[in-house]
Design a protein around this ligand. Structure first.
Ligand SMILES: [Zn+2]
Length: 109
């Protein structure tokens, strides 16, 4: 093995390590953004493909953060006034909306 081959091998190895570090760093960044916006970090599984990583990062960065209900911990749209899961009121904290009326179909004989 010549010296040039060894140097080329080392350079290739360093480039691969740097590219992988940047790739993993971008995935970690995407997961961090998703958690900060109350969105599922599992969207970053698209990052298995480099193009998926790029698209998911752009979409995740442009999405608005979801609102987390302090009562049931479910997430909902940022402009929601009531939690769609438990009826918690975001306008008057600590109050609940009355349960929606139950539809009873007319009975036929
Ligand atoms: Zn709720």
């Amino acid at each position: 093995m010549r010296d040039d081959d060894v140097i080329g091998l080392v350079i290739a190895l360093v480039v691969i390590v740097v590219v992988m570090a940047v790739y993993i760093g971008l995935i970690v960044l995407g997961v961090t953004i998703a958690k900060r916006k109350n969105r599922s970090p599992h969207w970053m599984w698209f990052a298995v493909h480099p193009l998926g990583l790029l698209i998911t990062l752009i979409v995740m960065a442009s999405l608005s953060p979801l609102k987390r209900c302090p009562q049931c911990a479910q997430t909902t749209q940022p402009q929601a006034r009531l939690c769609p899961f438990c009826g918690y009121s975001f306008i008057i904290p600590g109050t609940f909306a009355p349960p929606p009326p139950v539809y009873i179909p007319p009975q036929r004989y």
